[in-house]
Design a protein around this ligand. Structure first.
Ligand SMILES: [Zn+2]
Length: 195
């Protein structure tokens, strides 16, 4: 089977894109006009749907994505990006946007580890990691319930020792077919409680 070469196609397309000045309608600044950041899932159904369903155009918001839209570690890359948004790009609202039918909630981590072994990762490597405190299955595990996951991520961001008190942290869940949003947590309610 011939291997797909996206790179070749992309480079060819890109040449035309730039030459025909297609970029002009996307021109904006690096400062988010709506003073907001979104942390969401890398799900392919959300690539265009999420910004359209939230009425976001180029330049409106910072968007961070990972598997599940999670903050796993308080000093990991997702939280680091959120804090940079707040302090460097004047962001006042953080949107944690999970979605129904998330692949991360049904991850079979046992199967993934079996696949790793089939693809040449040695048992020895997994044991070395385990001895350094990294259980690959636990590390890969996502969440079981999207509502709980969104609530936990909102709490992790809201309670972060470096997050200023005036930043609202919202929790949303999107339908990946229709783009419909359910608001699980309205971050402004929390702000009122703090006053
Ligand atoms: Zn997902």
């Amino acid at each position: 089977m011939e291997r797909k070469n996206n790179l070749k196609e992309i480079v060819e397309f890109n040449k035309d894109f730039v030459e025909s000045k297609e970029y002009e309608k996307y021109r904006t600044t690096k400062y988010p006009e709506k003073s907001m950041v979104i942390l969401s899932c890398m799900d392919t159904r959300l690539t265009e749907l999420l910004p359209k369903a939230m009425n976001l155009k180029n330049g409106d918001a910072k968007i961070i994505k990972n598997a599940g839209g999670l903050v796993i570690h308080p000093f990991g890359s997702a939280m680091r990006s959120i804090l940079i948004c707040v302090y460097e790009f004047d962001v006042k609202e953080v949107f944690i946007v999970g979605h129904y039918d998330c692949g991360v909630s049904t991850l079979n981590t046992t199967k993934i580890v079996e696949e790793m072994k089939e693809k040449g990762i040695e048992e020895k490597t997994l044991n070395i990691l385990l001895n350094s405190g990294i259980d690959v299955k636990t590390w890969l595990h996502g969440f079981d319930c999207i509502e709980e996951s969104v609530e936990q991520t909102v709490a992790k961001v809201k309670n972060h020792p470096l997050l200023p008190a005036d930043v609202a942290v919202h929790g949303l869940i999107m339908n990946p077919e229709t783009g419909k949003i359910d608001v699980v947590i309205n971050g402004f309610d929390q702000l009122k409680n703090d006053l």
